[in-house]
Design a protein around this ligand. Sequence first.
Ligand code: NAY
Length: 296
Amino acid sequence: RDAFCGIFTALLTPMSEDGEIDFPSLERLVEHQIGQGIRGFYVGGSTGEAFILTSDERERILETVVRAAAGRVTIVAHVGCIGTKESIRLAKHAERQGADAVSAVVPFYYKVTMKEIREHYEAIMAATSLPMIVYHFPGATGVSLTMDFYEQLSRTPQCIGVKFTSLNLFEMQQIRTRCGKQFLIYNGHDEVYAGGASAGADGAIGSTFNMMPGLFVRMHELVSAEERPHMPTLQALQAEANEVIAHMVQFDVIAYEKYILYLQGVLATPTVRQPLKQFTREERERIESYYAQSET
Ligand code: NAY
């Protein structure tokens, strides 16, 4: 269980100027992250631009990350698609590659009930022996999961937890109460990491860990220490992260993080794939001057 608790970076997918995947930059990013003490990677999620990649590309990315990480951290492969069949294909591939767990977004676009959603997860779990982490992100999918849904799925030992990307920490706390101590909860909105930890999260999966992993690794150490966490330090670290996040959300999450990593020399270009937003020269200058000022 320890290998699944902590800070998991929702990995970006570096791209070259023509929008193709830049594998050397991906390997550099993996190395850069491991060097800063993260517990693992969440590969091919929203931050990884999963839904605008082909399945073949998703497979190549996972293969590269597993090889580059070489067993040093835990690998969660996001295999979710809006259809069950393709999710199963990716899950089987993840198992063959040696991923430690799979995760799948709640199926979106076609309106189905909790029953079909549960059957979707059961079918993916039946296809491999890997543990499953449900990916709840109502802001993007428009799907709210019920407490009964969580409770039922958590009774399946193969379903080990949920990546909870919502600001509703009351609901997170209710999952903790209803599903028990063993069920893993990952905080998914980095700006409320400290709040999520107090609502019972065991760790976090986040996009901003790509550009500031150290801050969250320190917060996780604080909240998981045996003795009581030092609240003023925790609040100060969260405030430091949130200052960057507040700046970032004026622009665009994925393009912004890629731009910072490009400025840091980790990525060769800050390109995102169409139709995601590419920054104008004026936006790039604003980000650069904010970055230069925050570095000093
Ligand atoms: C994923 O699958 O990559 C994630 O959901 C990562 C979680 C991020 N959510 C989104 C929509 O990007 O880290 C968060 C988020 O960027 C951050 O909290 C800022 O809102």
